[in-house]
Design a protein around this ligand. Sequence first.
Ligand code: BTN
Length: 246
Amino acid sequence: MSGKRIHLSVLSSTNSYTIELLSQNGIESWTVVSCDHQSAGKGQRGKRWEVEPEANLTFSVAIEARIGLEQQYIVSSAAVLAVVNTLEAYGIDARFKWPNDILVEGEKIAGILIENQVADGMIRWSVIGIGLNVNQTHFPPYDWPATSMKRIRKGLDLDKEEVLSLLLQSLKQAWFALAKGKTSANIRRMDELLFGFEDEVQFEVGGKRVVGMILGLAHDGGLRLALSEGVRTFYNGELKLLRSAS
Ligand code: BTN
């Protein structure tokens, strides 16, 4: 259950390297792969994850999940809760922008990329890739502005290893609670953490701008929205929250 720690100075992507190790059949559950610099870090929806080398955490955790395909939300909820709880331990109040971004003061502090290996109709392995901005202080003008723990903590340098260790502890706690079915309290907490919760926000759905109110999460992790035509649940990839939300 403890898993190995693999740290390399440069990797193209910790997720890709972990998946490669998995395909070679030589990995224990809870193996953690990290690096100082990702030369081709992957973001969601085919985007890149580009951050300053050495300043931040870029790592992946491989978990032998063995859960149903419809339980994918367990993986993303565990990852979101792990990041938010870790930030909380540093006195940083974070929100979660559905489905997988972590924001502080409306700016993105972490991104999560989950890649699953599916076999026999179940999620056999989940590779949870997390990029958490720790000590970087300047960011280029991204679509959605970025921030870091150091910026929020007014310039205080943080020990990345300490942050990682807290995060892994928190990930295990959330994972085992959710996998044992303790979902309702966690989903309630996720609702409270939702960026834009019970606010009217703008989305892009199928190339169109839509206004709706975020009602919360469905039991399967979908996002429930009140739209002019009624309440609808959306799933990952179906909509994009636009930045007018506060
Ligand atoms: C996003 O917000 O678009 C997701 C970003 C995920 C970045 C992390 S960094 C470690 C892991 N390896 C990758 O190539 N990507 C994830």
